[in-house]
Write a protein that binds this ligand. Structure first.
Ligand code: 0WK
Ligand code: BGC
Length: 899
């Protein structure tokens, strides 16, 4: 496909047949290029994989650049570029120190003495430092502190954007280098913020407004490429979120023999005579340092009958000559000049043949480059699970710039080799601007990280702080248990009149209501022997609309009665009066099992005329009002108690009930002797802690961040349920939203532009946290959630939003864990045990559905209560079952008392 264009011209020294024979090995069919692309993809995978990375030929080195310019980079930075003998034609910005500020470029270009390339590395770096110093002096600027971006076009293993270890490179750059060669330079303080490969500088020099440019390609003395990979595929780095620029170092592709069937005899000759035989095989077929030698080897073969010393001299054919010779207009004249310089008196035919040879060598280089580039864009398309990828590729280097046909061939072949990708080649404005961009992006990201750490640092709790919360809760528990101090405690430690857990002898059918969580449920619970299947439940979910939850109390209880009636009708139970257990998930002061005075509403409820009332009475009054049926309420229980009972039915060592859902709370079996608000010394009683109100007396103020205060002030019950507002599902989304607004305001998110939706209270639901944090969710889906909120989202935005969600949810889980640790430690001490084994029955959507919450609670409990082995048992049937079991126990006890 590539070289079949040789037409006979004046019959010269070389027979047409010989020409075709000599150039045949350079002819690569599309099919061959597809094969090369396939092998490049495999080599890239090996480079990305932690298992095969160390011996991969295409090393896929992470560059620690996580984003490409978004047009907001600003500031002033110094760039320094050091590399081998200058290959740059006059119009390109020369190597050497540059000053970059807001797209203004100033530079200086001292030639680097060749000797320094093969000498002591420290000498080379000392030379570069001196250049920079002189350059800065030349600027006559008062400023002495500069941030520096350093383009170092050799393969480097980076551990951070500003930290590298250089491995010996091919392009004459033998000297080893370290990033630490700067610091204070006379009166200047230079902070190296970025060391970048020239491919990265090239990619970053793309104009941000020209659409995504996520690939950099250099075809100069050497050749190399980089692209923005999915971080989770770059296994050698910890980061798994967002993107990570990877420098392929594709020059060494084929060093393992993968290109043996593509290499021509000229390539082998060149390689044998090179500084590093057997290495950098791909580079030696493509880049400017070698194309001259390939041409010379072919000419040596073609003019074998007339050899001149110059023709046999290595390096006697220069890349500039080759590039000029391929020029349709002036090429033949240059060919004559070069052949004469090689000691050959050339005919027109010889010049024409020389031109064909140069074209064939360059076209093959373009073809191989296209196969490599196609592999990269296909990999990006696949790893992002896209059906079509659209990206620009920034290209730099003398071979690409000076050879018009090279870029055309490259563009055409990439289209054929990667038809699923829409690739635009963009000639880069030189990597100097790119380095400025990298430095600007690096300092922008560094500044942002500082802001983010400051903001999120407020929510990060050290083990000592969690220990303090544990101790403070214990203190409040003790206050709450004592009659004299109960009123002072923020944790009301409410007796529930539950002294025993089910013993399995309970039998019968019971009605149960479950109010106070996400859903209101009516349940029919049949309690039978284990043999007969134990407990069977039929239930129906009903909603409690906000206007009912926050309207007149009578309306709320009428609504409840309507739901019961609907349920009984559906179950064909009309006319039956079953004992009923009422799970009422709000703080109630009980004086018996079937009487509970509502102390305050919480969560989204605020029905009037209920606080201070016996809610069982309110329910009975509604039943009378509605006159649909009779009701036999035998027990009112808190959802924590219902949950403990429900789990206790399967696991008798379940003595703690925990809810982390819309609200949060816990109960546990306390020694009656410790319950100062009740008479009696023997036995135990279940205490509903109402820990949601922990801190309402100010004891937790040190832990409230400005975001927590904002959420509290905007809530239905400011100043109350402070602990709940740090932990439960009703509030976490709102805390996240307020942090996102703060970070947007600081320019760290969404380019500083919040959407109207994001400014709407309660719009960021807690379920978003669970989905955003779920491991399998690709960032693209995080973007989708945020775009739903009318936001323009970048990859980094998604990563940061996920981090905010993680920090808020982790704090909630840790605080919850500290509270559970306080409870189980209390039980252990109550019983004077060295070690306590206990089960905690848990329910609540946040605990059950958040991907990491449960595990983080358990981890915290293990740390803070090492003498307790705590099993967390998730309740399957909710607390309605528990309420029915409590009703069953109450009926059993009542029957025995009547007997
Ligand atoms: C299910 C229980 C119910 C409790 C709820 C809490 O059956 O009593 O109130 O869990 O979780 P939420 O629905 O608030 O997430
Ligand atoms: C209520 C508790 C309830 C908890 C979990 C809190 O708001 O005060 O009674 O147990 O939510 O639903």
């Amino acid at each position: 496909m590539i070289a079949n264009h040789i037409k006979p011209h004046h019959q010269g020294l070389v027979h047409l047949h010989n020409m075709q024979n000599s150039l045949q090995p350079l002819c690569l069919s599309l099919e061959t290029l597809h094969r090369v692309k396939g092998r490049m993809l495999e080599a890239m995978e090996r480079g990305l994989s932690r298992r095969t990375h160390s011996h991969a030929t295409v090393r896929m080195l992470p560059a620690f650049i996580r984003s490409t310019p978004d047009g907001t980079g600003k500031g002033q930075a110094v760039g320094a570029q050091g590399w081998g003998p200058s290959l740059y034609p006059p119009q390109a910005p020369p190597p050497g120190p540059v000053l970059w500020s807001a797209l203004e470029l100033r530079c200086q270009c001292p030639p680097i003495p060749a000797g320094l390339w093969l000498g002591e590395g420290s000498h080379l770096f000392a030379f570069l430092a001196t250049c920079l110093w002189e350059f800065l002096d030349g600027l006559h600027m008062p400023q002495t502190d500069f941030e520096l971006g350093f383009s170092f076009p050799f393969s480097c293993r980076q551990t951070r954007l500003d930290q590298v270890s250089a491995s010996p490179g091919p392009a004459g750059g033998g000297a080893g280098g370290r990033g630490g060669w700067l610091g204070s330079l006379g009166r200047y303080h230079i902070k190296v913020v970025a060391v970048v490969n020239d491919t990265t500088g090239t990619m970053m020099s793309c104009d941000a407004n020209a659409g995504p440019c996520e690939v950099g390609l250099v075809v100069d003395a050497g050749t190399n490429s980089c692209f923005m990979a999915e971080a989770r595929h770059v296994e050698v780095v910890e980061e798994s979120e967002g993107r990570m620029c990877v420098v392929t170092e594709w020059g060494s592709f084929g060093d393992d023999g993968a290109l043996n069937d593509v290499l021509s005899p000229y390539d082998h000759q060149l390689d044998q005579a090179s500084l590093n035989p057997g290495r950098h095989r791909f580079e030696k077929m493509i880049s400017g340092l070698y194309l001259g030698e390939i041409v010379r080897h072919i000419l040596t073969e073609l003019f074998s009958r007339r050899t001149a010393p110059a023709l046999l001299t290595k390096g006697s054919v220069q890349i500039q000559d080759i590039l000029e010779i391929t020029d349709e207009q002036f090429g033949l004249a240059t060919a004559r000049r070069v052949l004469r310089a090689l000691g050959l008196e050339a005919s027109d035919q010889d010049c024409f043949n020389m031109q064909q040879v140069c074209k064939a060598v360059c076209i093959r280089a373009a073809g191989l480059c296209a196969a490599g580039l196609a592999a990269i864009v296909s990999h990006m398309c696949r790893s992002r699970e896209l059906s079509r990828l659209k990206t620009s590729v920034a290209v730099d280097g003398v071979v690409f710039r000076a050879h018009a046909k090279f870029s055309q061939t490259l563009q055409q072949l990439v289209k054929q080799l990667a038809p699923e990708c829409d690739v635009t080649l963009v000639q880069a404005e030189g990597s100097s601007k790119g380095i400025g961009m990298v430095t600007a992006v690096a300092s922008r990201l560094a500044a942002q990280r500082l802001q983010v750490n400051q903001t999120l640092g407020l929510l990060q709790l050290l083990p000592a702080s969690l220990g303090t919360v544990q101790a403070l809760l214990r203190q409040e528990m003790e206050l709450g248990l004592k009659k004299e101090t109960n009123a002072r405690s923020s944790v009301r430690m409410l007796p529930t009149y539950i002294c025993a857990t089910p013993d399995g002898s309970e039998r019968g059918d019971f009605l149960a209501l479950d109010l106070g969580g996400t859903n209101f449920r009516v349940l029919l619970v049949k309690v039978g022997s284990w043999e007969r299947g134990g407990v069977q439940i039929v239930s129906e979910v009903y909603s409690i609309p906000p206007h009912v939850a926050q309207g007149p109390g009578s309306q709320l209880f009428d609504h409840i009665v309507e739901c019961i009636a609907d349920f009984q009708t559906k179950q064909g139970m009309m006319g039956q009066t079953l004992p009923l257990g009422f799970t009422f998930s709000f703080p109630c002061q009980q004086t018996s099992l079937d009487q509970g005075i509502l102390l305050s509403w919480t969560k989204g409820f605020n029905a009037s005329g209920c606080v201070g009332q016996d809610v069982v009475k309110l329910l009975r009054e509604a039943v009378k009002r509605k006159n649909h049926f009779a009701l036999d309420v035998v027990a009112i229980v808190n959802d924590t108690v219902g949950t403990m009972m429900s789990c206790g039915y399967d696991d008798p060592s379940c003595e703690v009930g925990l809810i982390v859902g819309t609200g949060t709370n816990a109960c546990y079996m306390e020694e009656l002797r410790n319950v100062g608000t009740l008479a009696g010394e023997e036995g135990r009683m279940c205490i509903n802690m109402e820990w949601g109100a922990f801190g309402d007396n100010g004891c937790l103020d040190a832990f409230f961040t400005p975001f927590d205060r904002q959420v509290d002030e905007a809530s239905l019950n400011p100043g109350r349920q402070r602990f709940e507002k740090l932990i439960s599902g009703m509030y976490l989304g709102e805390i996240v939203r307020r942090i996102l607004l703060e970070l947007t305001d600081k320019g760290c998110l969404f380019r500083g532009h919040p959407s109207p939706k994001l400014q709407t209270p309660d719009i960021f639901q807690t379920k978003f946290l669970s989905s955003i944090e779920s491991d399998g969710l690709a960032l693209r889906q995080v973007c989708a959630i945020l775009e739903e909120l009318g936001l323009h989202v970048s990859c980094e935005d998604s990563v940061l939003v996920r981090e905010v969600c993680q920090v808020v949810a982790r704090r909630a889980a840790q605080l919850c864990g500290a509270a559970v640790a306080a409870v189980v430690e209390k039980i252990r001490e109550n019983r004077g045990l060295e070690q306590l084994a206990v089960t905690v029955g848990v329910d609540g959507t946040l605990y059950k559905l958040h991907p990491h919450f449960a595990q983080q609670v358990q981890e915290t409990v293990r740390q803070l209560a090492p003498c307790c082995s705590v099993t967390f048992l998730q309740s399957e049937d909710g607390s309605g079952k528990g309420a029915a079991l409590i009703a069953a126990v109450a009926c059993r006890v009542a029957r025995h008392q009547r007997a």
